[in-house]
Design a protein around this ligand. Structure first.
Ligand code: ATP
Length: 358
């Protein structure tokens, strides 16, 4: 496995627009990364620059200390898994999994051991002798995944939305298995997805992309708890983070007409000096409260939506629309009520960027 470094990398497919803005990025040896973002943000371009399928218009790609910018894909010693199955229909499942190892001249015992191990991880052990042609689309994609995971001597494994064609039930199971396999083998994996659940459940570190640049990278916990921008806060989470504009009032700051107690002095100062500050708070962190709760703010419940395992409740606070996520067993008030915004769960954003409001 290798660490991967992209030095001042950028890409334009033609014309002036950057599909990937100039950036320095690195991926540590043995960790699993997810590139997450909406369609067109540059995830595949970045992955393809690492694999060599796209030659970056600017910058250098290094695997450890070796400059591979001019090295062709087939000589970069990487495994790739794509959205759709890339397998030999006429070969058995076993032979499909063994093929990348035979090409590398692994000995027979090592081939058998690796194929058996990967087949077990993916639940393919009972189908090793079947012809690949006879399998379902899901099973064929499992073989593609297996072919990506089977070599233990690659510089990196690059996966581009590999679970897209997989049945939703199996997808859940496979996320767990991919994570397990990576934790066990400590391979360098870069995984492209637009599905935040997939990214957050598989990766050690997630890189959130927007319009050709990485806007934040961090562990799933950090991205959830401390989104660096309102874009990341809204993009991560289901539903995304609530944001409400703050304004000055004589006794401090307010959401519209509703005074917001317990705000840090730096936030009160910024709002007071006319800067664009908004409050960010996760729907999971808002709590319905009794009127007597010190610091609770008045709210009006407008609607509730059943998500299966939880409810999302639409409330208005001082003219701002917020969402509250509550567990199924919890009672949901109707009409006028009170809401508790735990101060330690609040984040403040100045011009869309997280403030240090400590
Ligand atoms: P998706 O999830 O839809 O694949 P993505 O995040 O992977 O999106 P890219 O496919 O990397 O994004 O595309 C980034 C930008 O580059 C987009 O504006 C896209 O239209 C453009 N683009 C991608 N491939 C090409 C190409 N071969 N020629 C010209 N423009 C391209």
């Amino acid at each position: 496995m290798a660490s991967i470094h992209l030095d001042r990398i950028a890409h334009q497919y033609g014309g002036d627009a950057y599909a990937l803005m100039p950036s320095d990025l690195h991926f540590e040896d043995g960790k699993t990364y997810a590139l997450l973002g909406p369609s067109g943000c540059g995830k595949t371009t970045l992955l393809n620059i690492i694999s060599g399928l796209v030659r970056a218009s600017e910058g250098v790609v290094r695997f450890d200390d070796t400059d591979v910018s001019q090295v062709r894909t087939e000589h970069r010693n990487i495994a790739q898994v794509f959205q759709f199955p890339a397998i030999y229909q006429s070969k058995s499942v076993y032979e499909n999994l063994a093929f990348p190892l035979r090409c590398r001249r692994y000995d027979a015992a090592r081939i058998r051991a690796r194929v058996t191990e990967v087949a077990e991880i993916l639940g393919l052990q009972g189908r090793l002798n079947r012809s690949a042609r006879s399998l379902t689309a899901d099973e064929k994609q499992l073989i593609s995944l297996g072919r990506g995971l089977v070599r233990d001597d690659v510089a990196a494994i690059l996966m581009d939305e590999p679970l897209t064609v997989i049945d939703p039930q199996l997808k859940f199971e496979l996320r767990r298995k991919i994570k397990q396999a990576n934790q066990h083998a400590r391979q360098t994996v870069i995984y492209v997805t637009h599905d935040q659940n997939e990214a957050m459940s598989i990766a050690d570190e997630v890189l959130v992309m927007d319009r050709g640049r990485v806007v934040q990278r961090g562990t799933p916990d950090v991205l959830f708890e401390f989104p660096a921008t309102t874009y990341v806060g809204y993009f991560i989470g289901s539903p995304g983070m609530n944001f409400a504009a703050l304004g000055p009032i004589p006794q401090g700051i307010a959401i519209g007409s509703c005074p917001l107690p317990d705000a840090p002095a730096s936030v009160v100062d910024a709002v007071g000096s006319g800067q664009a500050v908004s409050l960010g708070i996760r729907p999971e962190h808002l709590q319905f409260a009794a009127r007597s709760t010190v610091g609770a703010v008045p709210a009006t419940v407008q609607a509730q939506h059943d998500l299966g395992r939880a409810y999302v409740v639409d409330v208005m606070v001082g003219g701002a629309a917020l969402k509250v996520k509550v567990a199924r067993r919890q009672a949901i008030p109707t009409g006028d009520t009170w809401l508790w915004l735990p101060p330690e769960r609040r984040r403040y954003y100045l011009d869309g960027c997280l403030m240090d409001a400590g």
